[in-house]
Design a protein around this ligand. Sequence first.
Ligand code: FAD
Ligand code: NAI
Length: 348
Amino acid sequence: MIQRKSVTSSKEKTTMKKIAVIGAGLTGATAAANLVQQGYQVTVFDKGRSAGGRMSSKRTEQGYLDMGAQYFTARTDVFKQQVQLWLDAGQADVWPCTTALLCNEDGVVSLKSSKDEQRRFVGVPSMHSPINALLLGIPLITGCRISKLDYRQQSWILWGDNGISYAGFDAVLLTLPPAQAQQLMTQSSLPEVFDTAANLLEPCWAVAMQAEASPAGDAIFCQHPKLRFISHQQYKSGRNSCFVLHFNAAFSAEHLQQPADFWFAEATAVLRDELNIKQTIEPLVAHRWLYASQNDQTAVPGCIELPDHQLWLGGDWSYGGRVENAYLAGFALAQAVIRNYKLQQENA
Ligand code: FAD
Ligand code: NAI
């Protein structure tokens, strides 16, 4: 949210518009913050115990573990301005990581320096801190999976699996991964909007292990039959000395149902044999993300607008995955809703 505008007449006209945002990841939080800034009444819902989505860090005895996004980059002006606000407020920091490349081609392993000049950022003290900052003061209902939507007489009712229904919304924003959004649309007898919903986002097993870092680097890109990225948290503000290994989509999908012990054994073998870690390695957490990363082969659909239903859909998947794209999607969703009500006012 970068606008810092004062109250305007258009704000007064929209004060009574009630918007439900489903999903408290970065897309939902960005959309909510921008709409509130323009005078809309927003309530955010999430099935998780707290906001964050795929930017969530897990709170443990070892401190925060970043199980999802490891860092973010900023390439567009709009996101660069937002990141600067987070940096100024101490809600984000630069990650002074050393990049490296781990290759394993047919069992031939190499680990080499791959230094670059890219600025990479992390939330502080957790990856979801910037999301909490965006949502500050906005009603947020967590632990509530929305299982059905009902549009009657130009007003939405949301049914939560906590047995509670929430009524009286003028519009709904769905900021969920496509497969989950489509499931909710189908359960609500709403149109099918994704051709390839099931394939847009692919899975990722994420495994946190306590161990000293490798001298080669702490942001290790992988060209590897099993892995996508290995991160060490030592230089992330507020974190401890832990690795987080992200297994790639193909390997994660192939072993999707395996228990945590399988993943701890795989992670230990990589750290010992390929990163040459000699000291103690302790397994900490294994987490399965069913919808993690964009499938490169699938075209990006942009945000989806259904103004006849007062329903908008978007997420990182709209523009190609990544934290920055989630922010851009949230921003675009808010602009679409604002544009829609402006048009309605002009035509009234
Ligand atoms: P999400 O964060 O998925 O938010 C959707 C929210 O909807 C969730 O909180 C979910 O609980 C909620 N929800 C779902 N269904 C319902 C329902 N029925 N009712 C209520 N709530 C519901 N990006 C980077 O830029 N850099 C990285 O290093 C990076 N690494 C990653 C590593 C992993 C393992 C993963 C999983 C992702 C990574 N990403 C990375 C991608 C990045 O995390 C995402 O692009 C971004 O966080 C997506 O935000 P979002 O708001 O669009 O979706
Ligand atoms: P970025 O510019 O750091 O990385 C983009 C891609 O460029 C990397 O995936 C890597 O392939 C390559 N790369 C960049 N620097 C490199 C270096 N020094 N050495 C070797 N290769 C390098 O960041 P950007 O564009 O913001 O991407 C976000 C990151 O999020 C990527 O690393 C991506 O893989 C990761 N991601 C992971 C997901 C998962 O499920 N594990 C889901 C979505 C994103």
